[in-house]
Design a protein around this ligand. Structure first.
Ligand code: GLN
Length: 251
């Protein structure tokens, strides 16, 4: 059993917390405590350097303006994040946080934000925003994932980058191949808000497992009921959006 508390870093919540992604930190901490593992949430306020000694680093979503400030802070703390990740920490990034892990984000007003290049990806704001329920099919052993998206950015992954999964409904990266997010050792990025981890206990446990190793199962009845209900909603809206686009395409 682990000696010290698992330290879950919530990076710039006042900038990258527009869509309630703080809930992801609460879920990771609670799923540790239910297993008898002490956990603490360490908030990293905007303007402060990101500390290197945390076990998890959570980056949430945010609109373009606060994203500018978050980009500057992350660039200044890039070395600490790289050092922590190389030392075994896990990074979980949602939407704006995901975009800033890449090389660049061209915002809706044409401003180019330089990211930290931890993921070989580039994002450019599209003509429309992608808003609505999303269903993503990751590689096994992760099950279908449900979430909510609200972003203008379209992300293109570099040739060697593995997506988190394929989009079954909704937009995700908004790229041609119909993917969402990115996935690497001890790193998961996605466009799924919700927050995504209360909806997807298996993804939460995947992230914890990357740091803690094999975990005893938890009774996730209520979380799975929420997941099933949102997957059904995502499939309904996904089908409706597909049908609408097909009718529009036909004129
Ligand atoms: N500002 C970014 C975009 O519009 C990210 C939005 C978000 O984090 N939901 O694409």
């Amino acid at each position: 059993m682990r000696e010290s508390a698992l330290r879950i870093g919530l990076v710039y919540p006042e900038l990258l917390g527009t869509y309630g992604d703080r809930g992801n930190a609460l879920v990771l901490a609670q799923r540790c405590r239910w297993r008898g593992v002490a956990a603490e949430i360490v908030e990293v306020p905007a303007g402060e350097p990101v500390p290197a000694g945390l076990d998890c680093y959570l980056l949430g979503g945010g609109e373009d303006a606060p994203q500018h400030l978050a980009a500057a802070g992350l660039r200044a703390s890039r070395a600490a994040l790289v050092r922590a990740h190389e030392a075994g920490a896990v990074i979980f990034a949602v939407c704006a946080g995901f975009q800033l892990l890449g090389h660049s984000y061209v915002a809706a007003d044409g401003t180019v934000l330089d990211g930290i290049g931890l993921v070989d990806a580039r994002t450019t704001a599209g003509a429309t925003r992608l808003i609505g329920e999303v269903v993503v099919a990751p590689d096994a052993p992760l099950p279908l994932l449900t979430g909510f998206e609200n972003h203008g950015g379209r992300t293109t992954l570099g040739p060697g980058v593995r997506p988190l999964g394929r989009v079954r409904a909704g937009g995700g990266n908004g790229d041609g191949p119909g993917t969402d997010g990115a996935r690497a050792d001890r790193l998961v990025a996605t466009y799924l808000h919700g927050p995504v981890l209360p909806r997807n206990p298996a993804l939460a446990d995947h992230l914890l497992g990357e740091v803690l190793g094999p975990l005893p199962p938890l009774d996730s009845v209520w979380e799975e009921r929420l997941r099933a209900e949102r997957l059904a909603a995502g499939s309904r809206t996904g089908l409706a959006r597909w049908w609408q686009q097909r009718r529009l395409a036909r004129g």
